[in-house]
Design a protein around this ligand. Sequence first.
Ligand code: ACO
Length: 321
Amino acid sequence: MIHARVIGTGSFLPGAPVSNNDLVARGIDTSDEWIVERTGICRRHLAEPDVTASQLAYEASTRAIAAAGCQPADIDLIIVATSTPDYIFPSTAALLQSKLGIVNGGAAFDLQAVCTGFAYALSTAEKFIRSGSHKRALVVGAEVFSRILDWNDRGTCVLFGDGAGAVVLEASDKPGILATALHADGSHNGILCVPGQVNRGGITGDPFLRMDGQAVFKFAVKVLSDVAREVVDQAGLTIDDVDWLIPHQANIRIMQATAKRLGVPTEKVIATVSEHGNTSAASIPLALDLAVRDGRIQRGHKILLEGVGGGFTWGAALLEF
Ligand code: ACO
């Protein structure tokens, strides 16, 4: 039986951290106290206006490929999860492939499931590998949410950051990804959206992120705990078998409430939201890479990744590292 195993991780954050007080100094009507108390966010990284998702993806990918001990030419599948692509087309994945110097390569495409994007991309890549069609996949979450934020809307602009995270998945005879589950319910599309479109040379609708924060909060806690249980059951394990929970890093209160519902102790939750803010599809691979590099995550550990985002979409993956 062919399994898909993570053989390398990498991540990248642009520029210096921007603190909550830095946002106040930039004229946003907020306070460090309000942001920390409501969200747990202290800092985030914001890319310069000319920095694109494919550039962040490239930096994270080179680190993941080096950690995997392989070469870009060994990659035969690239999936980039992003809601802030460089262009309408070509895909960010195709641009990344070119930046990596891969010519005449395998498949490369973008996948859009907002903050669940990395869970969707990982699960998709796993299926390619398990089918035997591909051997080594680069799976990336890369976002420049700063470009879709309304900096006059203090209820949303303080929540997000930019960054990228990547993993290399390889076909293996040893178990790697043990179970995945993906879901969507498009009837909730209005509670978190960027409801604009490029149309005949202009923008029709609203080009900024809009959110009903309280509706998102309630929805997120419920579906995150449900989907976590689903993948653990699917793998024939229990929550106690999980060494590390890496939830999408939207808000520390959502993460704590989910962990509590699941009965996962706080010490097992990898949290980067205080330092990164919400980096959407990049948040899970960024947190994963940090915990791999600081030595918390070791080979053989069981890791539960879970995300929720606009659409609404949600999903999880349980893997043996
Ligand atoms: N600084 C200071 N005051 C603020 C700010 C701010 N940045 N933003 C809003 N306020 C004010 C509002 O104007 C309002 O003031 P009023 O009472 O005088 O009208 C007050 O704070 C309360 O506003 P609410 O929107 O009701 O605040 P709430 O307690 O719901 O917190 C928050 C907002 C943090 C967004 C919360 O709803 C939340 O955590 N929701 C989850 C959403 C989330 O994390 N989304 C991330 C993206 S989704 C995803 O990744 C899955």
